[in-house]
Design a protein around this ligand. Structure first.
Ligand SMILES: Cc1cc2nc3c(=O)[nH]c(=O)nc-3n(C[C@H](O)[C@H](O)[C@H](O)COP(=O)(O)O)c2cc1C
Length: 158
């Protein structure tokens, strides 16, 4: 047993991202912290996603996503996209990436990705994604997962 698992696991550093999934009429966006670069060549990012999420269906169907980096002052955005809701994307400015996935205009940077393959990881799936393009959009320092406290409700999950 791991005592205070939620606290000790927050010592592993992560950023906080809005993952834009899908294309056209079938798009959504959700907050994720479990994202990392896993290869230089090809340039690959791994995103750990709970297969129960609505966004997972859209990711599987479209095979594309964007990873949008949140800044220190974008705590409220992390909270907003960290909940399931209808029309979650409304009221924000989006642009379309080359793949057709949505880019969150106010994020610090984005990565436009195509899913290469999935791997099983306990109660999550790892989407290994090839980065097609990436760019910095706005200045700022990235938000850290440890700064979000128990926003994701993970303290109850260990
Ligand atoms: C700070 C934070 C980090 C999160 N990290 C992840 C993550 O890495 N992977 C994941 O599948 N869900 C993560 N979540 C949970 C999803 O954002 C949340 O379940 C969301 O409602 C899923 O969106 P959907 O139901 O619209 O698909 C995180 C939530 C928060 C607030």
């Amino acid at each position: 047993m791991i005592e205070h698992a939620d606290t000790v696991l927050k010592q592993i550093n992560h950023g906080v991202y809005v993952i834009g999934v899908g294309t056209g009429e079938r798009q959504n966006a959700f907050t994720a912290a479990w994202v990392m670069q896993v290869s230089f060549n090809p340039l690959l990012l791994a995103i750990s996603i709970n297969p129960a999420h609505y966004s997972y269906q859209l990711l599987q169907d479209s095979g594309v996503c964007t990873v949008n980096v949140l800044g220190r002052d974008q705590f409220a955005l992390a909270e907003h996209f960290g909940r399931s809701a209808k029309d979650k994307m409304a009221g924000f400015q989006w642009r379309q990436a080359e793949t057709g996935a949505p880019i969150l205009s106010e994020s610090l940077a984005y990565f436009d990705c195509r899913v290469s393959h999935y791997a099983d990881a306990g109660d999550h799936k790892i989407a290994v994604c090839e980065v097609l393009t990436a760019a910095t959009l706005n200045p700022g320092r990235p938000l850290l997962y440890s700064q979000t406290g128990d926003m994701d409700g993970s303290s109850k999950l260990y």
